[in-house]
Ligand binder design. Structure first.
Ligand code: SF4
Length: 388
């Protein structure tokens, strides 16, 4: 326990030392002062190697006129490291009951919406539909429904799913190192958990009640996943809550910190952009990103992190996803339903957010083929390791 606290304090101290955990506005001058020559310098340095100053230059307004060159470099680097492939995964929503009050989310405990939880049998029925479409990589998603979607539930479900799926990962509430170890032993090898925002004050505002109120505790969780042996660790900020440029700098530090310490875990970064959701006031978000902002963010991260996975979900429009598949993205969801039971036509529980790209998995695979890319449905088998 003492070791874990020390580790978490390390990252917390790094963020504080770098001035990335609050008052994002103080970065405006520094970011606005970069020049063309700074951008040319950053683009002539070795692609894929991280330096905090380089990431700052690449997300700065001065780099905006260089997106074409950044895209070419990102493309070359991604093909070099990942080949001409995109991994496909699908989310399976297990519950939309939630004990938290995140102001940006339709599943917020205070919202009077239709709620649904899947029994393990119902979840397996949904999984069969998904498996029949060809998927072998499944992401189990749940709101903070700790009393029903328990560790035992997830372990039991995972053991069943491993008969059909080569990769089972989760995006649920934050857990302890011991709980992650249990899940890992049951065949769950990847965890995604977004910090939502690295700005402490903004974090506090958007998380007024529930398990997520503790910023520092959430910041520590990736250390616990790595300590449990998780093969895939997914990071992300909910884009739209705070200045995306500074959020990218904090994400870069987080990825760098984890990669330096936990070589056995592969780090990936997702780009969840705020989408319209039921019962959520869309006017409250002052930092919404344009498509161009998103593209710059992804390219900047790729040019600083050669081996980090970059993930784009169906929150994003088809046109943006189609363009980004050649420029750095390594994994994308397809055919997603964001409500529990959504893969059965008769179910009508509320979605967490509106899906923007509603194409089927086979349509996505066809789009990839047309762009000279292979859709990867399975890139891992439990037979590769001894203990499974
Ligand atoms: S973001 Fe997650 S924890 Fe927060 S209200 Fe939505 S489902 Fe619940």
């Amino acid at each position: 326990m003492k070791t874990m606290q020390t580790k978490s304090q390390q990252f917390s101290s790094i963020l504080t030392l770098r001035g990335l955990d609050r008052k994002y506005s103080q970065w405006s001058n520094a970011l606005n002062n970069f020049t063309e020559s700074d951008v040319k310098g950053a683009l002539s340095s070795q692609p894929g190697v991280y330096r905090p100053e380089k990431l700052m230059v690449l997300v700065s307004p001065a780099a905006r006129g260089h997106l074409e060159q950044m895209a070419q470099l990102a493309h070359q680097l991604t093909v070099q490291r990942f080949g001409k492939t995109i991994k496909l995964y699908v989310p399976l929503y297990l519950s939309n009951y939630c004990s938290s009050s995140c102001r940006y989310c339709g599943f917020n405990v205070d919202n009077k919406i239709e709620r649904k939880r899947l029994t393990i049998e119902e979840a397996l029925e949904q999984a069969d539909i998904i498996a029949n479409e060809g998927f072998r990589d499944i992401l189990l998603v749940s709101s903070e429904d700790r009393n029903y979607i328990t560790v035992e539930y997830l372990c039991e479900l995972s053991k069943q799913l491993r008969k059909k799926f080569s990769c089972v990962s989760i995006e649920v509430y934050q857990m302890t190192a011991a709980e992650y170890s249990e899940l890992f032993a049951a065949g769950i090898e990847g965890v995604t958990l977004y910090q939502e925002t690295y700005d402490r004050d903004v974090y506090k505002y958007y998380h007024p009640a529930g398990l997520k109120t503790d910023y520092g505790q959430r910041l520590n969780v990736a250390d616990d996943m790595a300590a449990a042996g998780m093969r895939e660790i997914g990071l992300g900020a909910l884009l739209g809550l705070a200045d995306w440029r500074v959020e990218t700098l904090a994400l870069g530090e987080h990825a760098h910190y984890l990669m330096k310490r936990y070589w056995q875990s592969h780090i990936s970064i997702s780009f969840p952009r705020i989408r319209p959701a039921s019962h959520v006031d869309g006017q409250q978000f002052e930092h919404l990103l344009s498509d161009k902002d998103m593209v710059q963010m992804m390219l900047a991260l790729r040019l600083c992190f050669a081996d980090v996975g970059l993930v784009l979900s169906t929150r994003e429009p088809a046109s943006l996803r189609d363009n980004m598949v050649s420029l750095g993205i390594t994994r994308m969801s397809a055919g997603s339903k964001t409500s529990p039971g959504g893969y059965c036509k008769t179910e009508h529980a509320l979605e967490q957010f509106d899906v923007n790209d509603s194409r089927s998995a086979s349509q996505i695979a066809e789009m990839l083929r047309e762009r000279g890319l292979d859709a990867v449905w399975k890139d891992w088998d439990c037979g590769f390791i001894d203990n499974k």
